[in-house]
Design a protein around this ligand. Structure first.
Ligand code: ATP
Length: 356
C-alpha cells in the first residue's frame, strides 16, 4: 500500500457565518489522482487553498508526507498549482514563464535549461518556447501553466478547474495529457472540477462534496454505479430513482410492483428507500416472452425517443405518469416508437439501494 501523501483530518473552515467545510477528512495516497467533485460553492477550492497554505482552517490538521504543515508557509510546502485562469505572465515568453519559479529558487542556468527542455517536451510545446503567452491558444496556455507548476518537482500537484475555460474538444484532449503526465511522473494530484464526466474519466478516486461535506469517496465506477446518497446519484450522470419501500427479505415494493433487490444488500424491512438504476442498465423488448428469468420486470409505454448518436434514450411512462429512462445502443433503440407497449427489465445486481 502506498504511503499517504496528503492527509486532511477533521477540517472545519468558515468565512464569517458561512461554514464552508465541515469535518472534512480525506487521505490521498502517494501517486494517486483524486478529484473533488461538487456544485459551485461546495468548498472544493477552499480544500485546495487549505492544502496549499493560502487559508488556515479553524480546526483540523493537514499533513503532507506525514508532517503537520500548519506552520509551513505556502512557498515551502513543495506544491505545484494550476488554476483555471492560467496566472501566467502574458508579456514573457513561454520559456521565461516556466523558468520563473526556478530563477526565484536560484537554480543554476544549466539545470534550468535542461529542465525546461524536458518540460516543454512533456507538454508538447517543444517548438513554442519563444512564443509570448498572448500568442498562444487557451489549451497551450494551460500546458505552459502545467509545465510551470511542475518546474520545481513538487511532491503534490493541485489543479483547480484547469480546463473549464477551454472548448470541449481541447478539454478532452488535455485531460488525457494531464493524466498521462501525472502517471509518467507518479505525482500525487488533487483535481477540482464540477464536470462529472471529466472527473470520472481522469481520476483514481472521486470525492463527491455537497455544502462542505463529503457525500461519498470511491472509484469512478463505484461513484457511478453505486451512489450512496440521493445527491450523488442525481449529481453524477443520469439515473432512475425509484421511491419505494423494502418489504420482507430482499423485496422492494415500488408502485405496487415487487422488485427483487441484490442479495448482497443488507436491507431493513419497512424502510423507505430509493432504488437507483442507470438507464443503460435497463433493457426493453416488445414481446414479454423474450424477458430472461430472474430479472425485474416493468411494463410501460414508449413516450419519447431521442437519438443521441451512440445511444437512443427512451422515456417510458409507467402507470401514474411515472417515467423510466432507458438508454439503448442506437442499433437497438431505433426500433422503438412512441405509443408502443413494451417490457423493461433489469437484473437485481445492477440496481443500488439508497437509504439516506
Ligand atoms: P466553484 O466551483 O464555484 O469554484 P467551490 O466549490 O470551489 O466553488 P469555494 O470556492 O471553495 O467553492 O467556496 C465555498 C464557499 O465559500 C462559497 O460560498 C464562497 O463564496 C465562499 N468563500 C470562498 N472564499 C471566500 C473568502 N475568501 N471570503 C468569503 N467567502 C468565501
Amino acid at each position: 500500500m502506498a504511503e499517504i501523501a496528503v492527509s486532511l483530518q477533521n477540517i472545519n473552515k468558515s468565512f464569517g457565518s458561512l461554514q464552508v467545510l465541515r469535518n472534512f477528512t480525506l487521505d490521498v495516497r502517494e501517486g494517486e489522482f483524486v478529484s473533488l467533485l461538487g456544485p459551485s460553492g461546495c468548498g472544493k477550492t477552499t480544500v485546495l487553498r487549505i492544502i496549499a497554505g493560502f487559508e488556515q482552517p479553524e480546526e483540523g490538521t493537514v499533513l503532507i508526507n506525514g508532517k503537520d504543515v500548519s506552520k509551513i508557509p505556502p512557498e515551502k510546502r513543495n506544491i505545484g498549482l494550476v488554476f483555471q485562469n492560467y496566472a501566467l505572465f502574458p508579456n514573457m515568453n513561454v520559456w521565461r514563464n516556466i523558468a520563473f519559479p526556478m530563477i526565484i529558487a536560484r537554480k543554476p542556468r544549466s539545470e534550468i535549461e535542461r529542465k525546461i527542455k524536458q518540460l516543454l517536451s512533456m507538454v508538447k510545446l517543444e517548438e513554442k518556447g519563444h512564443r509570448y503567452i498572448w500568442q498562444l491558444s487557451g489549451g497551450e496556455r494551460q500546458r505552459v501553466a502545467l509545465a510551470r507548476a511542475l518546474a520545481r518537482e513538487p511532491k503534490v500537484l493541485l489543479l483547480d478547474e484547469p480546463l473549464s475555460a477551454l472548448d470541449a474538444k481541447i478539454r478532452e484532449e488535455l485531460r488525457l495529457e494531464i493524466r498521462r503526465i501525472q502517471r509518467e511522473l507518479g505525482i500525487t494530484t488533487i483535481y477540482v472540477s464540477h464536470d462529472q464526466e471529466e472527473v470520472l474519466a481522469i481520476s483514481d478516486r472521486v470525492v463527491v462534496m455537497q455544502n462542505g461535506v463529503i457525500q461519498q469517496v470511491g472509484s469512478p465506477s463505484e461513484i457511478y454505479f453505486m451512489p450512496k446518497t440521493r445527491f450523488v446519484a442525481n449529481f453524477v450522470g443520469n439515473i432512475n430513482l425509484l421511491e419505494g419501500e423494502v418489504v420482507a427479505g430482499n423485496i422492494f415494493l415500488w408502485q405496487g410492483r415487487k422488485l427483487i433487490l441484490n442479495e448482497r444488500v443488507s436491507v431493513v424491512t419497512g424502510e423507505k428507500a430509493l432504488l437507483a438504476v442507470r438507464p443503460e442498465r435497463i433493457s426493453i423488448c416488445k414481446d414479454k416472452k423474450e424477458v430472461p428469468a430472474g430479472v425485474n420486470v416493468i411494463e410501460g409505454q414508449v413516450q419519447l425517443t431521442t437519438f443521441l448518436g451512440s445511444q437512443v434514450r427512451i422515456i417510458l411512462t409507467i402507470d401514474n405518469g411515472i417515467e423510466l429512462k432507458v438508454d439503448l445502443p442506437s442499433q437497438l433503440g431505433t426500433d422503438f416508437f412512441p405509443g408502443e407497449r413494451v417490457t423493461a427489465f433489469f437484473p437485481p445486481d445492477v440496481a443500488t439501494l439508497i437509504t439516506d
